[in-house]
Design a protein around this ligand. Structure first.
Ligand SMILES: Nc1ncnc2c1ncn2[C@@H]1O[C@H](COP(=O)(O)OP(=O)(O)OP(=O)(O)O)[C@@H](O)[C@H]1O
Ligand SMILES: [Mg+2]
Length: 489
């Protein structure tokens, strides 16, 4: 029995030993596990913190990209990106400045200044405003605000090109524990983004400007094309006119010669007939001559010949005008005084029996000297004055004035006559455009005037309102000092 107990005790002891060992092993293992679990937990916590930080960073980048692409002006872009930087770094002070040639150019925009810790002067004294190049990254330096004795913080700043010759500065004050290398890297990426966006905005502005210039050029091109079409038409008309003038001249010459010959031959023939009738008075021949009114034919034929001569004169004038229109030469230029031209033309206009109206004249006290062909300028002025007199036949007055217009002298012919309807204003310089009755106008006057003034490097302008009046201005460049020496009085 005792032996049996002893055996059981030994068995129990062995089991106890085994279980003690097993418990110790389990305890060690538990220790290991809990240590590993702790470490794993720690790593996880750190990872979560990093992820949170990265998330903040990503959010910061996303927002900054959004701001950069949507900003419409430089200032809103800079301010909104600075706001983001300040939030990201939890800065206690954030401001942006603009500088030109090393000096501040505008009042700084302060985005935040907790407890008014920083004065503008403190900051601007620190910034290297005279730097002409872009800082390669954000600069960081210890900073103790002068107006309170707080712990030192970090002043973080960077610059960028804001516009032509204008630099911009972003400045933040960040407490020591809130800034680390990671954040500074993120801020660097951010400033790169800001610089890129500003370049884009500047380029957009430049592009808009270029587009405007291109639009202007397109406008000028289309005007030039239109003018080219008109010039081309005028040139072909010129060729045509020259041909017509030439063709008209030859028959005109022999019609005129024949006319003269007929006149010359007819008078003695009739005289002879008259003598014959007297000599053969009462004869059948004399009765025949009388009954057919042959002797009265003289008057009729002379009248017809007179009409022919007038017609031939008119045709010659038209032919001459056409030739002037084609060959409005700039030869025979001399220095002339427009005051004198105006007075001379007025005398000639007075000869025109048709128009008895007085034309008021205003000349300059000093000579209005231009380098021109006086005959041609007189021709232009005469046509314009006669047009004005014609337009005021029923009502209205005509006035002329010589004016000094900086680089040019002008002659203004103003009338308060019938005026020109808007839709006809473009047509009046076209050859053969006339509203005058048959025999009253050829419609060549203004076309010739324009080609003459163009050939003088001048300008012929017109302003008109129907039923109110018309104003023509002839502008001619002033004669240079050198040319004035040879002035013809
Ligand atoms: N001062 C004016 N007031 C109103 N209409 C005018 C005036 N000047 C010109 N015009 C208009 O312009 C047209 C063209 O003028 P332009 O001098 O070229 O020819 P014209 O006077 O008709 O003939 P001409 O060849 O004999 O000069 C005129 O017929 C007239 O309709
Ligand atoms: Mg005319």
């Amino acid at each position: 029995m005792k032996r049996q107990y002893e055996q059981e005790i030994a068995l129990l002891k062995r089991r106890l030993n085994r279980e003690t060992k097993a418990r110790k092993l389990a305890e060690r293992m538990l220790d290991d596990y809990s240590q590993q679990a702790f470490l794993a937990n720690e790593t996880l916590r750190k990872a979560v913190a990093t992820v949170e930080e990265k998330q903040l960073e990503i959010e910061f980048f996303v927002k900054s990209t959004e701001e950069s692409t949507s900003a419409e002006s430089h200032l809103t872009l800079v301010e909104s990106l600075l706001e983001l930087c300040a939030t990201f770094t939890d800065a206690s002070y954030a401001a942006c400045f603009l500088s030109k040639d090393g000096n501040l150019t505008s009042t700084p925009t302060i985005i935040r200044n907790k407890e008014n810790r920083v004065s503008q002067l403190d900051v601007t004294n620190v910034l290297p405003l005279s730097t002409t190049h872009l800082l390669s990254a954000w600069c960081i330096q210890e900073f103790i605000p002068s107006n309170n004795g707080r712990e030192p913080s970090w002043l973080v700043y960077c610059n960028f090109h804001y516009a032509e010759n204008v630099d911009g500065w972003l400045v933040m004050l960040i407490d020591s524990e809130l800034i680390d290398e990671e954040k500074l890297h993120a801020l660097d990426a951010h400033i790169a983004q800001l610089r890129h966006s500003l370049d884009k905005l500047n380029n957009d502005k430049l592009r808009k400007l270029e587009m405007k210039v291109i639009d202007d050029l397109k406008g000028q091109l289309s005007t030039a094309r239109k003018q080219l079409v008109v010039t081309d038409r005028m040139a072909s008309l010129g060729v045509l006119a020259s041909g017509v003038a030439h063709e008209i001249n030859n028959p005109l010459a022999f019609i005129s010669a024949n006319n003269k010959y007929l006149k010359r031959a007819l008078v003695p023939a009739i005289e002879g007939l008259k003598k014959l009738v007297v000599a053969l008075d009462g004869s059948v021949f004399a009765k025949l001559v009388e009954s057919n009114h042959l002797l009265k034919l003289e008057e009729t034929i002379i009248e017809v010949l007179q009409d022919n001569t007038e017609g031939i004169d008119r045709l010659s004038k038209i032919s001459d005008s056409l030739r002037t229109f084609v060959h409005s030469s700039v030869d025979e230029h001399t220095v002339i005084d427009l005051n004198k031209v105006v007075k001379d033309v007025l005398k000639v206009a007075a000869f025109s029996k048709k128009y008895t109206k007085d034309v008021s004249v205003q000349t300059l006290e000093s000579p209005a000297l231009v380098n021109a062909n006086s005959r041609e300028i007189e021709q232009v002025l005469l046509n314009i004055v006669i047009n004005a007199l014609h337009a005021t036949e029923n009502h209205g007055d005509v006035s002329m004035a010589v004016k000094d217009e900086n680089y040019a002298f002008s002659i203004e012919v103003k009338d308060s006559g019938i005026g020109i309807p808007k839709e006809n204003l473009e047509k009046i310089f076209s050859p053969f455009y006339t509203t005058k009755g048959v025999g009253e106008g050829t419609g060549l006057g203004l076309a010739i005037s324009k080609s003459i003034i163009d050939a003088h490097d001048g300008v012929l302008k017109v302003e008109s309102t129907e039923n109110v009046g018309t104003c023509f201005s002839i502008l001619l460049p002033k004669a240079s000092e050198k040319q004035n020496m040879g002035v013809i009085q």
